[in-house]
Design a protein around this ligand. Structure first.
Ligand code: PHE
Length: 450
């Protein structure tokens, strides 16, 4: 019964791990995790985040990869095929559509932030940060985001880079790039942690990240932690389903997904360990939002030996990490255009990229011309970010868990996931009860239902 994908397959289990890690590790770990943790009070948030990764994220990731490998198509068509096979309503294809919409929305702002990273690569390289002061970092960041033309230019460059890779097909190049770049990023993060130990307020940074203060934990903070887990693991919108559809038939899903989930979490925690000691050492505010790492890292690289070299290298690696994530955000839509609209890959990539690029202009403007327009106190960018991470991805994860654990026949699931008896029952029970209940309760708690 095994199908094969018309878009190609990974050459091995390792290739899948690399590609999925490439998708998972990105701005979510290095940029978003520290600032969201900072806004939500640190320790308790981090604890809930790690619990969400283990109890909700990993089990749902296994399910998402499993669905992808069984369907072997873009998420929309995979869900249609699997729903037919399991005699379930066609409405399950909506899960695929939700993912495509979420992918466009996320990519639209992701590309703008990746653009900041490109801009910082150049600034670091030419020595803008050398010996910089606290006022200096505010000024450099402020000047960048105040200028829509500059933001648009970087956003355009990043989106074009993404389209180029997607147009060529994701198996080409991605594997090799990730194999070398991920370890390099990891090493530079370690270097930064070393710097934070020596020069920052390391004790306070560690306490902030790991000493839970549950009085700071609001319903919204718990929701943000769950949203961050889904966002960082690339879950709930079909990216991982798509990559699962390229997975060789007999690669172990539990083991591969565990490796991906753990590497992703390790990178996020390392980024936190690098950032917060510097934040406290320099007297910066931990809850200043999306600018947090750009200011903090500019200070760090501005004061370490060979900072221009390390700084530009670090931001460049972060651009690469963002690039491999951006590719996975748009791949489900592109695969669908190829399968169902009979487009050539190049055409599909250009269409999809253009739509995401246009949407991104909203985010560009939300930092300057439109910064005064807010809804519930949130700018256009804040709204997109909240809606995708905290609502759409967990909803997608919920639907994946329900489909895999309640709709699919147990025999089909067993055949695809290949887990030994007890482990299977444990995972299946988590997917049936724990994950759906957890997601629903966190939603209800956040809207103040109890
Ligand atoms: N996981 C990516 C990151 O942490 C972002 C992403 C989200 C990618 C959803 C694909 C799907 O940067």
């Amino acid at each position: 019964m095994a199908r094969s994908s018309m878009h190609g397959h990974w050459s091995s289990r390792l290739a899948f791990i690399l590609a999925a890690t490439g998708s998972a590790v990105g701005l979510g770990n290095v940029w978003k995790f520290p600032y969201v943790a900072g806004e939500n009070g640190g320790g308790a948030f981090v604890l809930v985040y790690v619990a969400c990764v283990l109890l909700l994220g990993w089990p749902v990731m296994m399910a998402e990869v499993m669905l992808g490998r069984r369907g072997r198509h873009s998420p929309v068509n995979t869900m249609r095929i699997l729903a037919e096979e399991e005699r379930a309503p066609r409405a399950w294809t909506l899960l695929g559509w939700l993912g495509i919409v979420a992918g466009f929305l996320i990519l639209s702002y992701y590309s703008v932030i990746a653009g900041w990273t490109l801009a910082y690569t150049v600034r670091a390289a030419v020595g803008v940060f050398d010996g910089i002061t606290r006022e200096g970092v505010e000024q450099v960041f402020g000047a960048l985001v105040a200028d829509p033309e500059r933001l648009l230019a970087w956003h355009t460059i990043f989106m074009a880079l993404t389209m180029v890779v997607v147009a060529r097909g994701v198996e080409h190049g991605l594997e090799r790039a990730v194999r070398f770049l991920m370890p390099a990023l990891f090493l530079l993060l370690l270097l930064l942690v070393g710097y934070a130990m020596a020069q920052g307020d390391f004790a306070r940074g560690v306490a902030f990240l790991f000493k839970p203060d549950f009085s700071a934990l609001t319903g919204q903070a718990v929701l943000a932690a769950m949203g961050q887990a889904f966002f960082s693991l690339s879950l709930g919108m079909g990216a991982i389903m798509m990559y699962g559809s390229y997975l060789p038939q007999h690669a172990s899903i539990p083991r591969t997904t565990f490796t991906v989930a753990m590497s992703d979490t390790a990178v996020a925690l390392l980024a936190g360990l690098a950032i917060f000691p510097i934040v406290f050492g320099e007297g910066l505010a931990p809850d200043q939002g999306p600018s947090l790492i750009f200011k903090t890292l500019a200070l760090a690289f501005g004061h370490m030996p060979a900072g221009a070299l390390f700084g530009s290298l670090f931001f460049l690696l972060l651009v690469f990490a963002a690039w491999t994530s951006a590719i996975s955000l748009i791949e489900p839509a592109v695969a669908w255009l190829i399968e169902s609209r009979r487009m050539r890959r190049v055409e599909a990539a250009v269409w999809a990229g253009t739509v995401a690029w246009l949407l991104g202009i909203g985010t560009v403007l939300s930092f300057n011309a439109w910064s005064g327009y807010t809804l519930w106190g949130r700018t256009f960018f804040d709204l997109l970010d909240y809606l995708t991470s905290n609502v759409m991805l967990p909803l997608g994860g919920l639907a994946i868990a329900l489909f895999a654990a309640w709709v699919m026949r147990e025999a089909s699931v067993r055949e695809e996931i290949e887990l030994p008896g007890r482990a299977f029952r444990l995972w299946h029970a988590v997917l049936r009860y724990v994950a759906p209940a957890g997601i629903v309760l966190i939603f209800l708690n956040a809207v103040g239902a109890f």
